[in-house]
Design a protein around this ligand. Structure first.
Ligand code: SF4
Length: 570
């Protein structure tokens, strides 16, 4: 049992819903108690989708438990199929239904539907939303792009769920064979790796030379900026001469998944979602996949180089006089000098946290004072990165632990999720959102990618915005007693209703307030310390206490404060 008020991720069946909702022609029949339809609101309200998710719930009640819930599942499944006529069906259980063990997969098989049925085994008490999304996507890709499908798959071509022109046939061992034709863009021949894939159709000898082609994997419903990331990356790929075969799961049909093997390689935008499927596609079709997530200018350039290598085409030169993004110039401009060394704490899903740490340090000139993730599946990558940045990695899905770590690190900016936005507000620190979970305001009407060169512009604007501006900082330092620019002033854009004093919220231990054992502050020294603007006061306090503790001083005087300042400025 764990006492939880906020969770970073939903249960795994919400991940499965994100895949089903992202796709076209897929229906999800979920064995779940009455009330689980709340998850629909995530899509219709937060993401503002204009139709209900393609999910039918059995919505069993307490009185159903004395009866045959398996029968209820089966009749719901058949009714949902007849009503929606999907091309493929997902079946599974929510947390409560997992406990009553009705086996949706077996029941669906017995129902003998004329379309592929993919049973989902999502362990709700061990795994969470992103894992559920990754597993669902992987199972769908396996089923549709050449793997084993449920026995309820009908062999009757009249019921084929796939669009005209795509007719996967069963090969040996019940595997589907799809008419994919991987093609080497350099030699104009079928790539040698591709010929090793057992489920490939033969390459057409008459095929003419064409541009290299990739799939884009990972964007889902309810993904943080997935809609615009796909648009941005698709545009970028087009500019460097790479066509996009299939984008999946967002907007894809089961028939599109059957064509995944036709591409030369895969672009993995969100490893949490598409990593497992991409590895399977590599084993099955010999398709390499990208490993660089194109968030930030540097990573986007590396991504372009990686794509060009996989596509076998020459990488474009990035001429400095023709910048693709405004970020490098904006961060070099003199007005950005004051950003140098600002302490930033980064927390989010692993993909966005790693990307943000890199952009913050390499492209903004910030100093990283904390890095963490709630994605346990990619915790190792975050640990490695944190070591390189010289900070303690924080792998946790307990927001109280995150809150304590932020309070301890005393950043000037937090880059995090919706939770960190609340935490930062309580602590009076500026914050920008970089990762799910997010609220409705992070599904904006305007074009707002995180990825690619335009994404870098968006990062610049949204990360700098919450900070105290350079001029404000200057005035706060010069006129501490001023009625307007005093050290309790908050960034002007927060307005007068925002925090009036930089005191920690109740119940939060802020390291700023606790001197090491044996070191105390004299009254004069404390008064002098308060003259230092609040955004650097914590650092000044810590440094002075460290200085005093190292010298065995019991009390910090004004003199100690200035000695410490001189010491650390050397
Ligand atoms: S079954 Fe799971 S998702 Fe549904 S209400 Fe219970 S705990 Fe929540």
């Amino acid at each position: 049992m764990q006492l939880t008020v906020w969770t970073y991720e939903g249960p795994p069946h919400v991940g499965a819903m994100r895949i089903a909702t992202a796709m076209e022609g897929v229906h999800y029949v979920l064995h779940a108690p009455q009330g689980d339809t709340y998850a629909d609101l995530l899509f219709t309200m937060i993401e503002r989708r204009d139709k209900r998710p393609p999910v039918t719930y059995t919505t069993f009640e307490a009185r159903d438990l004395g009866k045959d819930t398996a029968e209820l599942f089966q009749s719901t499944l058949i009714a949902a199929y007849e009503r929606f006529l999907p091309q493929a069906v997902l079946v599974g259980s929510s947390c409560t239904a997992e406990l009553i063990q009705d086996d949706p997969g077996g029941l669906a098989q017995a129902a003998n539907l004329p379309v592929p049925v993919v049973p989902l085994e999502l362990p709700s008490y061990q795994r969470k939303e992103n894992w559920g999304a990754a597993e669902t996507f992987y199972q769908l890709v396996r089923a549709m792009a050449g793997g084993q499908v449920s026995q309820s798959q009908n062999s009757d071509a009249a019921h084929s769920p796939l669009p005209a022109g795509i007719s996967p046939t069963r090969g040996e061992n019940g595997l589907f064979e799809t008419p994919g034709t991987p093609f080497s863009p350099l030699a104009g021949e079928m790539s040698p790796e591709a010929t090793e894939g057992g489920a490939l159709a033969q390459a057409s000898q008459s095929q003419t030379r064409r541009r290299p082609r990739c799939n884009i994997l990972g964007p889902t419903a309810l993904g943080f900026r997935h809609r615009d990331d796909v648009a941005e990356i698709r545009k970028l790929l087009g500019e460097i001469g790479v066509d996009v075969a299939v984008v999946a799961p967002l907007g894809a049909t089961p028939g599109d998944l059957a064509r995944l093997g036709e591409a030369d390689f895969n672009v993995v935008l969100y490893p949490e979602i598409a990593g497992v499927a991409a590895k399977w596609l590599k084993r099955q079709f010999g398709q390499e996949f990208t490993t660089v997530v194109p968030i930030g200018v540097g990573a986007t350039r590396e991504f372009v180089a990686e794509v060009c290598r996989l596509a076998g085409i020459a990488a474009p030169e990035f001429a400095p006089e023709k910048p693709q993004s405004n970020l490098p110039w904006f961060s070099r401009s003199v007005d950005s000098n004051y950003l140098t060394g600002k302490r930033v704490f980064v927390f989010g899903d692993a993909t966005h946290a790693l990307a943000a740490a890199r952009v913050a340090t390499e492209e903004f000139g910030f100093t990283l004072c904390g890095l963490g993730t709630y994605t346990r599946e990619l915790a190792r990558d975050v640990r490695t990165a944190a070591k390189e940045y010289g900070v303690e990695p924080l792998i946790s899905d307990d927001y109280l632990e995150v809150e304590a770590a932020i309070a301890e690190a005393q950043p000037e900016l937090v880059l995090g999720t919706q939770m960190e936005r609340h935490i930062a507000k309580r602590l009076g620190i500026g914050c920008a959102v970089i990762s799910a979970p997010v609220h409705v305001q992070d599904y904006p009407a305007r074009y707002s990618p995180q990825m690619g060169f335009e994404g870098a512009n968006v990062l610049w604007d949204s990360w700098v915005h919450p900070l105290v501006m350079g001029l404000e900082e200057h005035l706060l330092g010069m006129f501490r007693e001023d009625f307007e620019f005093n050290d309790e002033a908050v960034p002007s854009h927060l307005g007068s209703g925002a925090r009036t004093a930089p005191e920690p919220a109740e119940g939060i231990q802020v390291a700023d307030c606790e001197a090491p054992a044996g070191v105390g502050w004299g009254v004069d020294a404390e008064a002098e310390l308060r003259k230092i603007p609040f955004f650097v006061r914590g650092k000044a306090r810590r440094n002075t206490e460290k200085y005093a503790a190292e010298r065995g001083l019991a009390e910090i005087t004004v003199e100690t404060l200035y000695d410490a300042k001189a010491h650390f400025s050397r």
